[in-house]
Design a protein around this ligand. Structure first.
Ligand code: PHE
Length: 498
């Protein structure tokens, strides 16, 4: 039967106008279907004019449908009367809706009552009847007629056989751009349409702003990278520049010795540190600096008595996986010391470190450290506390306390605590200190230059921020990729650090 839209157009080609209800009846389609076709024609500017109107439509009630099926009440009465007549009481008992049917049949002149024998007897008055009520309702039902005369409508409505329902219809006429063919609107604006100017005469499919877009094909940042980006922003805002951290393998020299960590220190044990077997040893060191490091360990100097032990190059040359990013800070400070004249610096790093730990829910053999370093003349412990305050303030952390601690390379050393409003207690959030002269002076940094530094882990705030309780769900081979895809961007704040 063809597309309803096309049928509407060809109907309008030959007719002045048409309303949707009329077309629905004519083509034996539901009104809804015709209206749908009109709506989709309206997308094409000016192809049709559709004037909205409220019209009423007659519908049969349940009782009306019963009458259309099996006859009017009066006809049922008439049909149940045998030739010889029947007792009125009998008929009233057995025929449904007998009371109305009886009255109607009486006033139609179809039946009569004979009381000559005492009891009232009902008799047919005519030979046959036409049940015009049933006929009319049937015609309404199948659409042969759509209207009733005023008096008929009043009567049927009173008898509750029909009701009037309001329908929104459209009166259709040819539009200014009327055409028998439906233009297919363009879905995309191409560069060719732009360059030839053909877009001017084209019709475009309107945007559907409610449609869900296609998920862009893109990478997803791991939560650690998102949190790292925020720390990085804070450092950059504070004027820090990033240190190159792209060497996971480090010599013991830079990881420990340069930091004035004695060779017999327990952290240098294979239980705490991963040693590299191939190549087992590093060979290139700044020899004069190495000599000064050896001396400060073995004999002391720069006002220090040293550790007084037999420092071995063999131990210092052992390759390891770096255990902290302070190894990178040591390399950078040594490099800085070689540049004369000395210029103050602010450095930061955020990268991976490795420790031979027993693995559990919060410990992995590798994790990330965040480290800040400031080198300048006459820096004091007050400067360190101040810069740490400023750094954590940028994360929304105001209440900070320091607790004396020990690191081989800093003196004084302080653990950083912040007050956790949720847990209502002070929790450790980092470590810090002023680098020792035994570390800085052998590097060649001028006397009077002090270096302050602090460090924290990246995993801890990230796990709290993303509600991850097991570190193995955040990083490592057991990580589910959906964790990476679905996690939003989270901002670091006080609640997340501890
Ligand atoms: N390197 C220390 C650690 O691994 C952190 C730290 C950095 C401490 C800088 C003092 C100064 O925990």
């Amino acid at each position: 039967m063809g597309d309803i839209r096309e049928r509407i157009l060809s109907h309008l080609e030959n007719n002045e106008d048409a309303d949707t209800l009329f077309l629905a009846e004519k083509w034996d389609e539901t009104h809804q279907k015709i209206v749908g076709a009109v709506k989709s024609l309206q997308i094409h500017e000016g192809i049709i004019d559709a004037e909205q109107k409220v019209s009423s439509k007659l519908e049969l009630t349940k009782e009306g449908r019963a009458v259309a099926d099996s006859g009017s009440h009066e006809a049922l009465i008439f049909n149940s009367i045998p030739e010889e007549g029947i007792l009125q009481s009998e008929i009233m008992k057995n025929v449904p809706n007998a009371k109305i049917g009886f009255n109607k049949a009486m006033s139609a002149g179809w039946i009569t009552i004979d009381k000559s024998d005492g009891a009232a007897k009902v008799l047919r008055k005519v030979e046959e009847i036409t049940d015009s009520v049933q006929e009319t309702l049937k015609q309404l039902q199948n659409g042969t007629i759509t209207k009733l005369s005023d008096s008929q409508f009043k009567d049927y409505k009173k008898r509750k056989l029909v009701t009037e329902v309001k329908v929104t219809i459209y009166v259709l006429r040819k539009g200014p751009n009327f055409s028998l063919t439906i233009p297919e609107p363009e879905k995309d604006l191409t560069d060719e349409m732009l360059s030839t100017g053909s877009w001017k005469n084209k019709e475009f499919k309107p945007y559907n702003f409610n449609a869900l877009g296609i998920m862009p094909q893109s990478g997803h940042l791991h939560p650690l990278l998102k949190v790292r980006a925020q720390y990085m922003t804070i450092f950059l805002e504070m004027g820090f520049s990033e240190m190159p951290t792209n060497n996971f393998v480090e010599s013991s020299f830079w990881n420990f010795d340069a930091l004035f960590q004695p060779q017999q220190h327990p952290a240098r044990d294979a239980h705490d540190t991963f040693f590299i077997s191939k190549p087992m040893n590093a060979t290139k060191f700044p020899e004069d600096y190495l000599e000064r490091v050896k001396k400060v360990h073995a004999e002391g100097g720069y006002g220090s008595q040293g550790y007084k032990y037999d420092w071995k190059r063999e131990e210092a040359s052992k390759n390891i996986m770096r255990t902290h990013t302070t190894a990178v800070s040591a390399r950078m400070l040594y490099k800085l010391a070689q540049q004369k004249p000395f210029k103050p610096v602010r450095y930061f790093s955020i990268d991976r470190v490795f420790r031979n730990e027993t693995l559990d829910a919060t410990h992995l053999a590798e994790f990330h450290q965040i480290e800040g370093v400031v080198a300048d003349y006459d820096l004091t412990l007050g400067d360190l506390m101040g810069v740490i305050h400023e750094f954590f303030k940028k994360l929304g952390i105001q209440k900070i306390r320091f607790k004396p601690a020990y690191n081989p390379y800093t003196e004084p050393s302080m653990e950083i605590f912040s007050y956790h409003e949720g847990l209502k207690k002070w929790v450790e959030i980092g470590n810090s200190g002023v680098f020792r002269p035994e570390m800085l002076l052998p590097m060649g940094l001028p006397e009077g230059v002090n270096v302050i530094a602090w460090g924290l882990s990246l995993e801890r705030p990230t796990m709290i921020l993303y509600g991850i309780n097991n570190i193995r769900d955040l990083i490592g081979p057991k990580v589910k990729l959906n964790m990476v895809y679905n996690n939003p961007i989270c901002r670091v704040g006080i609640e997340q650090l501890s």
